[in-house]
Write a protein that binds this ligand. Structure first.
Ligand code: PMP
Length: 356
């Protein structure tokens, strides 16, 4: 007998990193920024008029769109905002990947891509990164339904130069190519200048990492006015009021302080380079991360055992039990003090196991 269950859209959901309720943990597991957002964000929050909450927010988020456009030297019709870049990416999959042909993304990458594709019944093919975890544009040659690649990639932290993406774009004028730049501000080269040359290139960024606002949920896409129009049409066919009034104000305020932003990013880069050196001295191996995390392994150590032990010691990092990467840990860059404690703990673990 058929039941309503036969007609359910059955999905295997994405599992986000743990958000432990305990205090006093060192949280290096979800690539959050260890520093607060710009002081102007607090000011905007303090002066927010709560009475305005009775009204719907501006569905176009015009203030925020205009602030993003002027920050990046674009026109407003080249910018789309969403509730975190997860929202922007999900809307983009829905809008652009409808050919029935497989969408391409790396085999080791952000683990939401296959979840959205499965949920939306979009066929896909995972293209293996090379053995140094780099994207080879030749691997993307051929017919497909679209392409999505993070730069820098996650969870590897490794970035490619702009010409890698130009080669991919040159080979695929007939599909939308999405470059997910969630971590680009930590040292990679943005492909944003290419949006004038390629009207099928969508660049997606977020306030969650470099702008320290993961809790506010602000993501945005930049591309040709035509791409942005199609994306908006789908968004407005789904839910007009996705971003709330408070968030629109806070996001706009964040963009007005370029100096705080640049200093914050540079601080994290310095801590990352310090952490790389310490990890190398302890015998860890990793690619050249230009993001706010390091993806590292150690010959003599089981990553899952070290992950569990660190957790028992109150230090949360991320472990993915997946092909090719099950001996790696992804370690978010925290404050200097957090990273010093992390390194000391790892040293203790290695000593306990007679390594190093
Ligand atoms: N893209 C990549 C590669 C990410 O790692 C993340 C963070 N999990 C996101 C997009 C989404 O971030 P947010 O929704 O917070 O903007």
């Amino acid at each position: 007998m058929p039941t309503w269950r036969d007609n359910v859209r059955k999905v295997v959901p994405y599992v986000p990193g743990e958000q432990p309720n305990k205090k006093d943990v060192i949280k290096l597991n979800t690539n959050e920024n260890p520093y607060p957002p710009a002081p102007g964000v607090k000011k905007a929050l303090d002066s927010f008029d709560y009475e305005t909450l009775r009204k719907y927010p501006d569905p176009k988020c015009s203030k925020l769109v205009s602030a993003i456009a002027s920050y990046y030297g674009l026109s407003e019709d080249q910018v789309f905002v969403g509730v975190g870049s997860d929202d922007v990416l999900a809307m983009s999959f829905l809008t652009f990947f409808n050919s029935g042909k497989p969408v391409l993304f790396p085999d080791i990458t952000y683990s939401f891509y296959d979840v959205w594709a499965d949920m939306l019944r979009i066929p896909y093919r995972q293209v293996p990164l090379n053995n140094r975890f780099h994207v080879d544009p030749d691997d993307y040659i051929g017919d497909c339904g679209g392409i999505v690649i993070p730069n820098p990639n996650a969870p590897t932290g490794i970035a490619e130069k702009m010409d890698t993406y130009e080669k991919i774009l040159d080979g695929h004028p007939g599909v939308v190519v999405i470059i997910d730049e969630a971590y680009v501000d930590f040292g990679a080269e943005s492909v944003l200048p290419l949006i004038d040359k390629y009207d099928n290139l969508l660049v997606v960024q977020t306030f969650s990492k470099s702008r320290a606002m993961a809790g506010s949920r602000i993501g945005f896409a930049m591309g040709s006015p035509e791409l942005i129009k199609y994306l908006s049409d789908v968004k407005f066919s789904f839910n007009s009021y996705t971003m709330d009034r408070v968030t629109i104000d806070l996001g706009t305020a964040a963009l007005s302080d370029r100096k705080y932003f640049e200093e914050g990013v540079n601080k994290i880069i310095r801590t990352r380079e310090w952490t790389k050196k310490k990890l190398k001295d302890l015998g860890f191996e990793f690619g050249d991360s230009v993001s706010n995390f390091i993806f590292a392994r150690h010959e003599g150590v089981s990553a899952s055992d070290l992950f569990e032990w660190l957790k028992s010691e109150g230090i949360y990092v991320r472990y993915f039990d997946k092909p090719r990467i099950s001996d790696y840990l992804r370690i978010t860059i925290g404050t200097d003090e957090e990273m010093e404690i992390f390194i000391e703990k790892v040293k203790t673990y290695l000593t306990m196991h007679g390594i190093g």
